[in-house]
Write a new protein. Sequence first.
Length: 255
Amino acid sequence: MFIDTHVHLNADQYEDDVEEVIQRALDANVEKMVVVGFDTKTIEKAMELIERYPFIYGVIGWHPVDAIDCTDRDLQWIKELAAHPKIVGIGEMGLDYHWDKSPKDIQQELFRKQIQLAKEVNLPIIIHNRDATGDVVRILQEESASEVGGIMHCYGGSVETAKQCIDMNFLISLGGPVTFKNARMPKEVAKEIPLKNLLIETDAPYLAPHPYRGKRNEPAYVPLVAEEVARLKEISVEQVARQTTENAIHLFGIQ
């Protein structure tokens, strides 16, 4: 059994065939999926999906790219929705310095507010980091994010930074890029970081693994991530599936 710990089944890319996509995931032994909502529209869709499917869980928060659009009312709404028993995390939150829609100071302020919110509702946090590693780690430390821990989502950083994050009570989640031929750092992380500290995900519809790179991703492909981690670690796919599933169940508190 596999768990896709980060998927956007609430994205417009699945508007016409989400039921078929979900069925393909189940057929591939992806028996649980965690859908991430990161703005008003995708949070609403995430809530609909967790109500409709018993094996789908939700994470809700506000994406750093859109930090400039987030109001205190939005944060209060997220806090209220977090009381739902199938909401298992807050995010994805963090910093994204690649795109320039939201100024860095606004991103950082919202990041801190969401960490504080997660501590109030006692849920783990899911971190989005693009071109902002130093500030992400610093803010996690300053805000004592280790109290709730969480996930470094679709991790692409160094082994050293991964170890720093593990020391703060975070799991390291690998997605499609670990299967790319030129993805040196994710492959090093897969080799060096103990399996007890790893998760697998798709981030679908984005970042499809080889051999589907460049096409629409979907949760049925998460076993391809597991296969590459198993190859790099020289262990069985079953071991990767079992341990990463246990890690996710423990972190999210799901059955």
